[in-house]
Design a protein around this ligand. Sequence first.
Ligand SMILES: Cc1cc2nc3c(=O)[nH]c(=O)nc-3n(C[C@H](O)[C@H](O)[C@H](O)COP(=O)(O)O)c2cc1C
Length: 195
Amino acid sequence: MSAPLRVAVLVGSTREGRFAPVVTQWLTGHLGQRDDMRADVVDLTETPLPTVLPAFGQEPEPAASQALGLVTPRLAAADAFVFVTPEYNHSFPAALKNAIDWHNQQWHGKPIAFVSYGGLSGGLRAVEQLRVVMAELNAMTIRNTVSFHNAYAAFGPDGRVDDPAVEGAAKAMLDQLAWWGHALRDAKSARPYAA
Ligand SMILES: Cc1cc2nc3c(=O)[nH]c(=O)nc-3n(C[C@H](O)[C@H](O)[C@H](O)COP(=O)(O)O)c2cc1C
């Protein structure tokens, strides 16, 4: 039995009054039931990142380095990711793109699953755009997703989702993430990822 996968859950929304915690807690509830995964929730409201990138070849400013110090090591340590993302104007939030752009090799050779939410589209357009972005960063995006359409109505007051189809979708997605997470972790231990 190999060590559990370290799964960083990256929370995409930093909006005041956001719905993101409801979706994130639903996800961490599922991750907590698995022996093969350990979750680390990276919430960009708790560890905000600056939005000004350094010039090419320059180190970040001290304040930026300090902020990155609370995020970067956790992304680096992750074997796999789940992005929790809403849809904003047919895409994903700027805070999430900012966190992605601050990093590079931390994404390499790692699988990423998506839990999305929004209005009628359930955040699927955000996810499709994220697939393109993360391919540029040598990450492997998982086919199956969980998407919450009309998200506010999908969760009960206790944060639970009373829908067997959603439970099945979550299991399928996390099983795929586990397969890719183990496969890529094993591969990198045999041969460092070369991008
Ligand atoms: C700036 C903005 C743009 C949005 N654009 C869309 C959209 O294009 N499609 C959609 O289905 N929902 C859209 N929504 C609705 C959000 O997906 C929904 O309110 C979701 O709960 C936002 O996530 P959050 O509350 O965690 O920030 C938008 C919301 C905001 C704030």
